[in-house]
Design a protein around this ligand. Structure first.
Ligand code: GUN
Length: 292
């Protein structure tokens, strides 16, 4: 079994990006500037956004954190997005999801200028992704592709089973794994809450990508020998023995599944850090596109 070490690979990518930023600076060019909008006080979301901003500083980007109260109206958020769209100093921005219930998420995503949509969530970018056109690929699926590529995991002709059809991970992942090229050329099954006999499907998978958010969901008897396991789950479970009072758990019963797997991502230290690295990569791309 080999660990797909997202921490190490994301550090490599961040170093590559930092080197490019240093060159930009040396040429007297503007460095990439990412803005992140967060609405409300959800602890996990605040942590993720904080990590994104911190990563910007680490590679030499400029960053702006826009914090808005949980009572923010849709009109107020749309006004902020318009400002960010029009701000020439901002190369790309994200609106952290989920949003409070009074705000229509789709309306918000549609309001983002596609050229600044470094999450790749706007329908224009999502459509381009599905059509193999150059675009921003959503950071978590992009990170998984990069991890598979850097470890030389074969995907061509393999059966990939994706668990969960969220717009952020499962749905784009299912499209990307089936695209022409590498990593891709895979035969994809997208499973979800209405899927029957899921274990019968996962046991046929060469590659399982679980983005469900249910801790310890994927058990050893649900996977075949030598399967490649990618765990996207990052659920907080209470644990009073830790300093923070919680522990991060993936979807996969790592202890037992890792004994059967050929490759497996740990949680934490697998997909999570890759998401942040690829968001930086998309922001660098956004800057380069605006410059050219
Ligand atoms: N919430 C969970 N993952 C993501 C992400 O990749 N981007 C945004 N904007 N919100 C998220």
């Amino acid at each position: 079994m080999q660990l797909l070490d997202g921490k190490k690979v994301s550090d490599d990518i961040k170093n590559e990006i930092a080197a490019e930023v240093a060159q930009m600076k040396a040429r007297g060019e503007k460095v990439p500037h990412l803005a992140a909008v967060i609405v409300g006080n959800d602890g996990a979301s605040l942590t993720y956004v904080g990590s994104k901003v911190k990563a910007c500083e680490k590679v030499g980007f400029e960053s702006t954190l826009v914090k808005m109260p949980s009572t923010t109206s849709e009109v107020e958020l749309l006004k902020k997005i318009k400002q960010l769209n029009e701000d020439d100093n901002i190369d790309g921005f994200i609106v952290q999801l989920p949003l409070p219930p009074q705000i229509d998420t789709q309306k918000v995503i549609m309001a983002i200028d596609p050229t600044k949509d470094v999450d790749g969530f706007h329908p224009e970018n999502f459509g381009k992704m599905a059509l193999d056109m150059s675009t921003f690929i959503p950071a978590t699926p992009f990170g998984i592709l990069e991890l598979l590529e850097r470890y030389g995991v074969e995907t061509q002709g393999k059966h990939t089973v994706v668990i969960g059809r969220s717009h952020i991970v499962g749905r784009p992942m299912s499209i990307l794994m089936g695209r022409k090229g590498f990593p891709g050329n895979s035969t994809v099954t997208l499973t979800h809450s209405y899927t029957k006999n899921i274990a019968q499907i996962t046991t046929q998978a060469d590659i399982v990508i679980s983005a469900l958010g249910v801790p310890n969901y994927l058990k050893a008897e649900m996977v075949k020998d030598d399967a490649v396991i990618v765990d996207v789950g990052i659920t907080r479970v209470n644990d009073e023995t830790t300093e923070k009072g919680y522990r991060i758990r993936g979807d996969v019963d790592f202890e037992n599944v890792s004994k059967k797997a050929s490759f497996i991502t740990p949680v934490p230290g697998g997909v999570g850090p890759m998401t942040i690295a690829m968001l930086l990569k998309n922001t660098l791309l956004a800057r380069e596109r605006r410059r050219d």
